[in-house]
Design a binder for this molecule. Structure first.
Ligand code: PMP
Length: 464
């Protein structure tokens, strides 16, 4: 059936430039851009409209966890769309896939996280979590307990509120964001720790940052700390060992809610459906999920709330506890049917087990790239790894933006049949979780060649 090449590539590219607004793009470059147009995919491979077959090292956008071409998920969606494509979820109206999927998800959540609010993606899941926290404190008469602590280099989404709790410096410049009740502390990035500081001392310092910020604002004014277990889009930052648990304990100590944003780390990427408890030994108050929840086959997100919080709102009707938050497409039956089929695949094929077995190999193979002059750091865990490039390894210097290191590596790798995600001077690898060892070896070989060729080009151009 593949590859699907029945496209007029030039016509599509022209229409793209003329009419399609892409997310996260330098708009000034769009007029002359040559877009990568992908049109078919199977397993761990994606095909562009010219029929070129490429290994997907990006996993779509760290989301196609079960891999491409899963007829089972497509069939589940088609069947649900035929039976009942949609009905309003507002009030006490339910649909079987949403109800069943919510119940099934809670078999995997830690502690008493038993209540699921389905959203349209990760941003709306995080947005809902933040709004829930405010609603919860208002309801309990703690109207002053509103401040949210987050971290620089966090990424939590692209609504006004979630962009505001995000912290990638490059994204904050041209947008107006909420600053009144949102506070960023420094990221726990061991690669950037002060010269000579031990990893343990660095962990102490980063945990103290959170405690200091809570004390500075006043614990009675701080509502929540939001954290990705590993900071994903901010550059796969892996906090020092114990950081997650210790920050969670600080939150408990000061009655600050802990929101664990598992949009990327969930659904197998670190070897578990949710990583909070199994990997980091924390029981958050709220978990947010999306992406791998449907393996990217259709948009869906979830905010999952602990019974400890939720039950305080449900004991008696009519006290003004309407949670005025929700979407036309909350609990969409077709999305939830896809989620169920996706979970069936995870369970039947033990995808998490495969990740636990093969993920360390993927990470270790990529770590070998650290012998390249231009590679400053390789970090991550399982199928979530980032290669940080540098123009001066010893001083960990970030290469000048004009060198376009990430983009150049992306292009070299694409020519050779690998899609790797460029982020400034970083290259992120987050393949579908079904990738096998041979495909891992091919990916790493291509990435090595790509980085070396870019380095050679920079030297030839007299830039380096
Ligand atoms: N949280 C995290 C940790 C993410 O990485 C992302 C997206 N990359 C989001 C939230 C937002 O998800 P979405 O793009 O589905 O809205």
């Amino acid at each position: 059936m593949l590859p699907n090449v029945a496209f007029d590539a030039a016509d599509l590219a022209a229409k793209d430039r003329a009419h399609l607004i892409h997310p996260w793009v330098d708009l000034g470059l769009t007029k002359d851009a040559d877009p990568l147009i992908v049109s078919a995919a199977e397993g761990a491979y994606v095909y562009n409209v010219h029929g070129q077959k490429m290994l997907d090292g990006i996993g779509g956008m760290w989301c196609v966890n079960a891999g491409y071409g899963r007829g089972e998920i497509a069939d589940a969606m088609a069947e649900q769309a035929r039976r009942m494509a949609y009905f309003s979820p507002f009030g006490m109206i339910g649909n079987p896939p949403a109800i069943e999927f919510a119940a099934r998800l809670t078999q995997y959540t830690p502690g008493d996280l038993k209540h699921v609010f389905f959203t349209t993606g990760g941003s709306t899941a995080v947005d809902s979590a933040l709004r829930f926290v405010h609603f919860f404190n208002n309801f309990h008469g703690r109207k002053q307990k509103k401040h949210i602590i987050t971290r620089e280099y966090a990424y939590h989404g692209s609504t006004y509120l979630t962009a505001s709790v995000s912290g990638k410096p490059a994204d904050r410049g041209n947008m107006d964001l909420e600053t009144g009740f949102i506070h960023h502390i420094a990221p726990p990035n061991p690669y950037r720790r002060p010269e000579g500081m031990s990893i343990e001392a660095f962990c102490d310092a980063k945990v103290k940052d959170l405690e200091d910020k809570i004390l500075e604002l006043g614990p009675d004014k701080v509502a929540a700390f939001i954290a990705e277990p590993l900071l994903a889009s901010g550059g796969v930052i892996v906090p020092p060992p114990g950081y997650q648990r210790r920050t969670w304990e600080i939150c408990r100590k000061y009655d600050v809610l802990y929101i664990s944003d598992e949009v990327v780390t969930g659904f197998g990427r670190l070897g578990h459906i949710f990583a909070s408890k199994e990997v980091f030994d924390i029981e958050p108050d709220i978990i947010t999920s999306a992406k791998g929840l449907t393996s990217g086959y259709i948009p869906l997100g979830a905010m999952i709330v602990s019974d400890r919080l939720y039950s305080t709102l449900t004991d008696k009707a009519g006290r003004g506890q309407v949670f005025a938050n929700g979407y036309t497409y909350s609990a969409h039956p077709v999305s939830c049917a896809a989620g169920m089929a996706n979970l069936d695949i995870f369970e039947r094929e033990d995808i998490c087990g495969h990740v636990r077995k093969t993920g360390p190999y993927f990470h270790q193979r990529l770590t070998e790239l650290a012998d390249i002059d231009m590679v400053g750091d390789v970090r991550g865990s399982h199928f979530m790894v980032c290669v940080e490039c540098t123009s001066d390894k010893k001083n960990k210097t970030v290469p000048p933006a004009e060198w376009n290191v990430g983009k150049r590596i992306f292009e070299k790798c694409q020519e050779k049949g690998l899609l790797a995600r460029p982020m400034g001077h970083l290259v992120v690898m987050s393949p579908p979780l079904i990738i096998n060892r041979a495909q891992i070896d091919t990916s790493v070989d291509i990435l090595r060649q790509g980085i070396i060729e870019v380095m050679d080009d920079l030297k030839r151009e007299g830039l380096w």
